[in-house]
Unconditional design. Structure first.
Length: 742
């Protein structure tokens, strides 16, 4: 059992005054000092093995270990008899009663020296005698107790468990031979460690616990709320706070609440007083039954102006008379947040982020097609690859701390054109003020005019308690004309780079502003990706995975309800379930790139063929060079890239690669260089003929041939079903024969 739990169980039940205070304050306050006795009673050790104090008096029952060598040779344990004599065989008997422990060896050496000379002596104490003392009065465990001979009055109090709820801690008497030997105040020991009244016990002593004196309750804003016992009928508040560790700094010095009992009151015996915790208040006398509550200080600042939002140091600043916005924000450096410098420093730190895998830029068409050839071996994998081109990345973890947010911002700046500095909203900032009538007033001002142009009309005056908020463009969206929007142009463009968008600028206009395409540009394979699309694809992919999991659970339940006992059915269900789980695993690993298919024609050569699509911040445009090959992947003999030749169709490339015997050509598809997909089911001719093979391929296209999932031929299916039908008719014939026999 843990010590804290043992101490809680050892605490006495609440007394009457404790229950009274609980009804008044809602808190069951402990009696000050009771926890000490509960802990001491549980952790006290035997006193036999502790060192003996120098002033310990030897008496009957004490064991003395005597060793001597030289003229005499003894090694003997002997006990002092009731006459106070120590008997040593072959040496003699010696009186040791009343001798202090520090003088015992010298005393014996002197007595033995009268009989022998030329010897050395060593004396130590062994088992000490026990003391029987009496504990009476309102103690936790009154009665007769046996203690070690060197025990003190405080030891007896601890052994008795301290005072009972009705017992006093301010006055515990020790009586010996009809006289009061000591009057112990436990508070002085607990507060200041005073043990001047803690005397050594003797056999037959009586420890008398006195009834509890006047009590008061101290609660509220302090570390040790408890019930305290007064030394006299009235005691000043300063002295009571000394027991509790002094007046806490978090207590409100302007208001202290006192609940007092006075039967002379005309309406009720209980009334409330309020006073200040000043010098006069500390001298206020407390009396029996008082409940004193120290209230916490107000969280209000007397002379502070708060600056928050997109600033370098969001803090409370001291208010000075005549203070204005320019005094709180002296220059533009005060508006650069620490996030900018952290992100800037991360640019030169050679640290490999875990998020790098999920934040790589979109791949070119040829590289992506080669990657698809590795994962498109079956139908599920191929269709998952299609979803990979249209859904958002699940590999980027959401940042959970400021440093992770900075790393995410740097990762975005590597992946897409993004400024490390979150730009300010220079046109709008606010001052929130609490009026004397407790109404809230929001004062808007132009931050740019106040800080950059030093406009007196915008440099408004501040008041104590004002809260000034500076917003970024992410907090409150500003008009497009005032936003800093960056777009990345890469690849076969005459002037590639990062461009700042002009208001209303489109894809076609930006390409023309950048000088148009180079002669090697493959406009049909242009990759246009957008972060907003990536985020939307991420949501769609999550929804698709959730729906697939739900459908898988429904299908599993349906198969279990309709399952037959034959091994073939069970094996088929297990294979189907394994395929579904594999598809879910592949979907969970997808990393969408946010690409938008522009649906261009292969003959597109100039910027005029591009759609007039408005651009947004963070868009990324990559124009690859014209490739000279076509990729064939999946269930083929030679999964490779083949030279593109005009007029060559999908069937031609399929024959060049060689279809595998497990290939499912009825479900193959073409992944075009512009991001679109042509599936075999979209190209059915008469009698279900597959016309996808007659489709010509363009440079950079990829032909994906999935694996066949169901290898059972129609003949085997017919034989299996015929077997079941014959069994049914056989059972039906047996039933008819049985009826005729009856």
């Amino acid at each position: 059992m843990q010590p804290q739990r043992r101490a809680e169980q050892a605490l006495p039940p609440p007394g009457e005054f404790q229950r009274f205070v609980e009804g008044a304050t809602g808190r069951l306050l402990p009696i000050f000092g009771s926890a000490f006795f509960a802990d001491a009673a549980e952790t006290s050790l035997s006193l036999d093995n502790v060192p003996v104090s120098a002033d310990y008096t030897i008496g009957p029952g004490d064991e003395i270990i005597t060793r001597a060598w030289g003229a005499i040779d003894i090694d003997y344990r002997s006990t002092v008899d009731r006459n106070g004599m120590l008997n040593l065989p072959k040496v003699g008997s010696f009186s040791v009663a009343g001798v202090k422990a520090s003088d015992l060896e010298r005393n014996l050496r002197t007595q033995i020296g009268r009989l022998y000379t030329n010897f050395d002596l060593s004396v130590s104490l062994g088992q000490l005698r026990g003391l029987r003392v009496f504990v009476v009065g309102p103690a936790q465990r009154p009665g007769v107790v046996t203690l070690a001979s060197q025990s003190t009055l405080l030891s007896a109090v601890v052994t008795a468990g301290g005072p009972a709820p009705s017992g006093s801690m301010r006055r515990i008497l020790l009586r010996r031979d009809g006289r009061v030997i000591s009057d112990l105040d436990v508070y002085e020991f607990l507060v200041s460690g005073d043990k001047s009244k803690d005397v050594q016990l003797a056999a037959g002593d009586v420890v008398v616990f006195q009834p509890a004196g006047p009590r008061i309750a101290l609660t509220g804003s302090l570390d040790t709320p408890a019930i305290f016992e007064l030394k006299s009928a009235q005691e000043p508040l300063r002295e009571v706070l000394r027991y509790a560790g002094g007046a806490p700094v978090l207590a409100n010095p302007n208001l202290v609440q006192l609940e007092r009992i006075d039967p002379a009151q005309p309406l009720a015996a209980r009334f409330v007083e309020a006073f200040r915790l000043d010098a006069a208040g500390l001298q206020k006398t407390l009396r029996d039954g008082d409940v004193l509550t120290l209230l916490p200080i107000s969280p209000q600042f007397a002379n502070a102006v708060t600056l928050k939002g997109h600033v370098a140091q969001p803090l409370r600043y001291p208010f000075t008379p005549g203070m204005r916005i320019r005094d709180l924000i002296p220059d533009h450096d005060a508006l650069i947040s620490p996030d900018f410098y952290r992100r800037k420093n991360l640019l030169v730190q050679m640290i490999e982020d875990d998020d790098d895998a999920g934040s790589r830029p979109p791949e070119s068409g040829s590289v992506r097609n080669q990657r698809l050839s590795a994962v498109g071996a079956d139908r599920a994998g191929a269709e998952s690859s299609i979803a990979d081109q249209a859904t958002a990345s699940r590999g980027i973890r959401e940042p959970r701390s400021v440093r992770e947010q900075d790393r995410a911002a740097v990762a975005r700046s590597r992946r897409t054109p993004a400024a490390l500095f979150d730009e300010l909203n220079w046109d709008y900032a606010t001052v929130e003020r609490l009026n004397p009538d407790l109404s809230t007033q929001v004062i808007a001002f132009n931050l740019g005019r106040a800080i950059l142009q030093n406009d007196p009309a915008s440099n408004i005056a501040l008041a104590p308690g004002d809260v000034v908020t500076v917003y970024s463009q992410k907090d409150i969206r500003v008009p497009v004309a005032r936003q800093t929007r960056l777009v990345s142009l890469e690849g076969e463009i005459n002037a590639p780079g990062v461009y700042q968008l002009q208001p209303g600028e489109t894809l076609r206009g930006l390409i023309q502003r950048a000088g148009g395409f180079t002669a090697q540009a493959y406009v049909y394979g242009l990759e246009f990706s957008r972060e907003e699309t990536r985020a939307r694809q991420r949501v769609n992919l999550s929804a698709a995975i959730t729906r697939l999991e739900s459908l898988s659970a429904i299908q599993t339940a349906r198969d279990a309800a309709n399952r037959r006992d034959d091994t073939t059915t069970q094996t088929a269900a297990a294979v189907s379930n394994a395929a579904t789980q594999a598809q879910l695993a592949r979907l969970s690993r997808l990393q969408p790139n946010g690409r938008i298919a522009l649906e261009l024609t292969p003959e597109s050569q100039s910027a005029d063929a591009l759609p007039d699509l408005p651009l947004e911040h963070g868009d990324r445009i990559v124009v690859p060079p014209r490739p000279g090959f076509v990729t064939v992947a999946g269930a083929v003999v030679n999964s490779n890239a083949f030279i593109w030749k005009p007029g060559r169709t999908a069937g031609d490339y399929l024959r060049l690669a060689g279809a595998d015997e497990a290939a499912d050509t009825s479900n193959m598809f073409i992944l075009r260089a512009d991001g679109t997909v042509n599936h075999a089911s979209d190209r059915r001719g008469f009698f279900g003929r597959n016309n996808l093979e007659s489709q010509p391929l363009q440079p950079g296209d990829a032909l994906i041939v999935p694996n066949q999932l169901d290898f059972e031929t129609w003949g085997r299916a017919f034989v299996r079903n015929l077997k079941d039908i014959s069994l049914i008719f056989g059972q039906f014939g047996l039933g008819i024969a049985a009826i005729h026999s009856l």
